[in-house]
Design a protein around this ligand. Structure first.
Ligand code: MET
Ligand SMILES: [Zn+2]
Length: 751
């Protein structure tokens, strides 16, 4: 078996440095181009990636890390797990990804603790696993034609089946993997990477036994490539000895999220993930080299902690970033250069381990020591060794619990102050983002529209949204969030301590990308952000207008956060900024304030042992942000993408007066759980992800179900989430039906 290359990455961004894939996908979906054209763009992006990785000096090039939509969906196709309802669709792959007229798509959920979404494998009794190795083999051949030998990357059997809740099908699936390994060996492939991120979570004895079975069976095959099992997003813990006891040749460890294991891995190659694939900071060479030197294995290969798909392409595309911040950053390209530089250092020579932390950047070529920006930067410019961003303000102390009165007291004060009808109808905040508004923002950026001109348009849009809601008969209005490009980026742009990028796109799902802001320093709020828009909206109507804020946990979850302070300290700084916003809104006469926390579940640690601590600080941050409100101010929170079942106590702990929660799809299950909170509740009455307009009857039956489960005075009526991705036509029709349904029930209840 040929030895593993000295340097590699577990995966690479694939959306294209300028989101070429997004445009190609959307053109194909809209019928403006063909599948062949989409394939051509894909091939070009792959070729460009291999070329770039090779240019940067990386030895071990991965293949099959590209996907036109999602790597888990690709694995379902690889294994033949295509549900029969899609088989006769015009394009079964995209039918699974996005649905068609009459066919629901596969369920989508978040990939471990990231903001990337994958399509959940749908495996049932009728699923017949059958290998279709066209994609991995095709990419190997495609790269070879360009002169590159690659290591195909495939999601491993245990993680795949755990994601599909079908580990009992291991035997059949292993048959497919065995066939795949034979095919790759016949193709002359030296190494294959099987990704097993599920092994960093808590695994039962029988799940660990499945790991042993899988890799003993695949490892005992005669003709096969070298087996590299990659773990990431945490430590393998009890799965490491299990894996080490099988014949796999190489094991990938995430040494950014976890320590170097004590386990003696002599006989194995360790692919050491010392360059983070989850953040945008430059690697501390001292720390990385010390970790590399501490690994006890026959061979140590330098790698990233996980695929680089979670970071943007290149810092080179961000000339406008402030030099001090820019000097601390490494995106995918820069991280590859770090991997290559570390692999060139002599970290395995005797005695290196002790010297580890003394190594300075200049001893490792490739760490940008000669870059003038770096030279001028405080400290040595290496993110981790020097605490470059020591907090310059005092860290907030613990949250003052119980600052607000007990719920019963608040509820009485609010009822009197607001005098809302029973079953109040409201929305989650955003209204359709029109093309004109996006164009106006672009015009401000390019200098063709004045700030005043832009603000004028935003005010006009707010007026339109208010008038629409009045006409439809909603009870609690919103301003529609027209000024926000994104619910996190907007706040990042108005807070100190954040930078935003021009092209720092990261794939969220399919063609959807986000530009996570970079939280690099102490967070503070130089001046009020939202109050003027909310006050403007309130000045236009006698109905109460709900102020809209993004919560501290969601702001940090959807940003790249500094790593020189614990997240629990950073989040409190953000909470203080949100708290100031809450106070300002209240002072501006806004009596209902919603603080959204859709990402509360996303940051939940993968290991149970760490979850209680997270939930404690996350809840504390939310309460710190909201508890400054007076009793008669009604605090709402909103959760979606939640898998809320996992964090019910924490949601309860937020102590919001009203919780609106996505539930049109999860239905009665979530209702039963959250009805016990004993405060206001608005389970979503329709799914905003679909263009479908719900009928009044359908909404009525859902509200009826809620009213049966909890006292009517606690029930709110609202959609599942914000309306910004919908058209005004859809929104008007849907909300009209929602109001009709609420009024019918109100009449029936004699209210
Ligand atoms: C992903 S949650 C979105 C909440 C936000 N207030 C909106 O309505 O868009
Ligand atoms: Zn939402």
């Amino acid at each position: 078996m040929s030895s593993f290359p000295t340097s590699t990455v577990l995966g690479y961004p694939r959306i294209g440095p300028d989101r070429e894939l997004k445009r190609a996908l959307e053109a194909y979906w809209d019928g403006r181009s063909t599948r062949a054209e989409l394939e051509r763009v894909g091939a070009e992006l792959r070729a460009r990636t291999w070329r770039r990785l090779a240019e940067l000096g990386l030895e071990g090039l991965p293949s099959n890390t590209f996907s036109v939509y999602d790597q888990v969906l690709d694995t379902s196709v690889l294994l033949g797990a295509v549900p029969s309802r899609y088989r006769d669709a015009a394009d079964p792959y995209f039918a699974m990804a996005r649905g068609t007229e009459g066919r629901a798509p596969l369920r989508m959920t978040k990939w471990f603790d990231t903001n990337y979404h994958y399509l959940v494998p749908e495996i049932g009794p009728e699923t017949e696993f059958r290998l279709d190795a066209g994609k991995p083999l095709g990419e190997v051949r495609e790269a070879r034609a360009l002169g590159y030998e690659t290591r195909p990357v495939v999601l491993g059997p245990v993680t795949y089946l755990l994601l599909g809740s079908a580990l009992d099908r291991l035997d059949e699936v292993l048959g497919c993997y065995a066939e795949l390994l034979s095919a790759l060996a016949a193709e002359g492939v030296a190494w294959v990477q099987l990704d097993e991120p599920a092994l960093v979570g808590d695994r039962t004895a029988s799940e660990l036994a499945a790991v042993r079975t899988a890799y003993e069976r695949l490892g005992s095959m005669g003709a096969r490539p070298g087996l590299f099992v990659a773990s990431y997003f945490g430590s393998l813990g009890e799965a490491l000895p299990v894996l080490a006891g099988t014949p796999v040749e190489a094991i990938g460890l995430d040494l950014v999220r976890g320590p170097v294991p004590e386990t003696d891995l002599t006989g194995k190659t360790v692919v050491a993930g010392v360059v983070s694939g989850r953040d945008v900071w430059r690697t501390s060479p001292g720390r990385a080299l010390a970790a590399l030197a501490a690994v006890r294995a026959s061979r140590v290969v330098v790698s990233t902690s996980c695929s680089l798909q979670h970071v943007p392409y290149s810092v080179a595309a961000e000339p406008e970033l402030e030099p001090g911040v820019r000097a601390r950053l490494a995106f995918a390209e820069e991280k590859v250069a770090e991997v290559v530089a570390l692999a060139g250092a002599d970290f395995l020579s005797p005695g290196f381990e002790n010297a580890g932390y003394e190594v300075t950047g200049s001893e490792v070529a490739g760490f940008g020591g000669t870059d003038s920006e770096v030279a001028g930067f405080e400290g040595d410019g290496f993110g981790g060794d020097v605490p470059v961003g020591r907090p310059s303000v005092a860290l907030p102390g613990p949250v003052v619990a119980g600052e607000r009165s007990p719920y019963a007291v608040r509820a009485a004060a609010q009822a009197e102050h607001l005098s809302l009808p029973p079953l109040p109808v409201t929305t989650i905040g955003s209204f359709p983002q029109t093309g004109e508004l996006r164009a106006a923002r672009a015009a401000v950026a390019s200098g063709t529209l004045s700030q005043a001109g832009y603000e004028h348009r935003v005010e006009a849009e707010i007026e339109r949204v208010i008038r629409l809601q009045e006409r439809l008969g909603l009870d609690v209005l919103v301003h529609g969030e027209p000024e926000r490009n994104d619910m996190v980026q907007y706040f990042a742009e108005h807070l100190d301590g954040f930078a935003v990028t021009r092209l720092g796109w990261v794939q969220s799902y399919g063609s959807r990308c986000t530009r996570p802001p970079i939280l690099y320093g102490d967070v503070s709020r130089p001046s009020p952000i939202t109050a003027r828009w909310a006050a403007h909206a309130q000045s236009l109507t006698d109905k109460p207008v709900k102020g809209m804020l993004t919560g501290p946990v969601t702001i940090v979850a959807w940003s790249f956060v500094r790593d020189d302070l614990p997240l629990r300290d950073v989040v409190l700084q953000v909470a203080d900024a949100v708290r100031q916003e809450v106070r300002d809104l209240e002072a501006a006469g806004v009596s209902i304030i919603q603080v959204d926390e859709p990402a509360l579940r996303e940051l939940l640690p993968l290991r149970r042992a760490a979850q209680a601590d997270y939930l404690e600080w996350a809840v504390a941050a939310y309460r710190r942000a909201t508890s400054g409100a007076g009793d008669r101010t009604q605090i709402h929170t909103h959760l979606c993408y939640s898998d809320a079942d996992q964090i019910l106590d924490a949601i309860d702990g937020l102590d919001a007066d009203v919780t609106t929660i996505e539930s049109a799809r999860s239905g009665a299950r979530i209702l039963g759980a959250v009805s016990a909170f004993g405060r206001g509740l608005g389970p979503g009455v329709y799914d905003i992800h679909s263009p479908r307009v719900p009928s009044a009857e359908e909404v009525e039956s859902l509200v009826r179900r809620t009213v049966a489960a909890l006292p009517v005075e606690r029930v709110w009526v609202n959609p599942d989430c914000g309306l910004k991705t919908r058209t005004y036509e859809q929104v008007e029709a849907s909300l009209a039906n929602v109001v009709t349904a609420a009024r019918r029930l109100r009449d029936e209840l004699g209210a």
